[in-house]
Ligand binder design. Structure first.
Ligand SMILES: [Zn+2]
Ligand SMILES: [Zn+2]
Length: 242
């Protein structure tokens, strides 16, 4: 269940302007940080944490002190959100700020504005130079011999019997066999899950709109190109509230 694996990232320092929320961006080093009201009770902040994680459908952590964190993990195969779990490990990583928003009813206090400026400085100090090509969740699972039999295409132009047309949006969705490429990170056959538009459940907690055109950390079938495309979780960072 819970993956504390995302808590620490190497020796990168954690922000000290408590309390704040950390959003995990896929399984890469990016962590979105946003300050939350210091005068709210612990219970109220935990409620906010749960609301944020449920809207975004991204694993989120509330950091209350140097060794006081509460995690809500999102598992892609579960409908309900995991219950909050307390930990003494505070998440760190490559910070990104001011891209993922808290609900509109969280007040903008002078105190929060001050800490937001501190956070901006903190993030600028650690700005990475490398660029990110995925979110490390794109691998799917290794295909069994049964998968290969069950999911192999029946000829040219057939995407495979694991995909079916969604009755709601008309797009293909289901399991797709990928043959893999020798010498790459994914050399053998793998099964990836393909999601249609209806499966896009990643929403902004402030405006309620989807964070990206497609579900995050997921593949979709591009009918025009007759192939799959992967939407990395960092696509959420391009969201702007209308
Ligand atoms: Zn659909
Ligand atoms: Zn929004």
């Amino acid at each position: 269940m819970l993956t504390y694996a995302w808590a620490g990232y190497g020796s990168l320092p954690a922000f000290a302007g408590y309390p704040y929320l950390v959003t995990r961006i896929g399984a890469c080093a990016l962590r979105h940080l946003t300050v939350v009201p210091a005068d709210w009770s612990r219970d109220r902040l935990i409620e906010l944490l749960q609301k944020q994680a449920a809207s975004n459908q991204m694993s989120t952590c509330l950091v209350l002190g140097p060794a006081d964190a509460i995690y809500v993990d999102i598992d892609r195969d579960r409908v309900e959100t995991e219950a909050p779990v307390a930990s003494t490990i505070v998440p760190s990583g490559m910070p990104v700020v001011e891209r993922i928003f808290v609900p509109a009813d969280v007040p903008e206090t002078a105190e929060m504005i001050e800490r937001r400026l501190e956070l901006r400085t903190f993030a600028e100090r650690q700005r990475g130079t490398g660029y990110i090509v995925g979110d490390n969740l794109e691998g799917g699972r290794i295909a069994s011999s049964e998968d290969v039999v069950r999911l192999s295409a029946r000829g040219a132009g057939d995407p495979g019997p694991g995909l079916g047309v969604c009755q709601t949006c008309g797009e293909l969705a289901g399991d797709l066999l990928q043959t893999g490429e020798p010498g790459t990170r994914y050399p053998g056959p793998r099964v990836i899950r393909v999601d249609c538009r209806c499966a896009n459940h990643n929403r902004c907690a402030r405006c309620g709109e989807t964070l990206a055109d497609r579900r995050l950390s997921a593949y979709f079938w591009d009918a025009a190109k007759q192939g799959v495309w992967y939407v990395a979780a960092y696509s959420a960072l391009s969201h702007r509230c209308a």
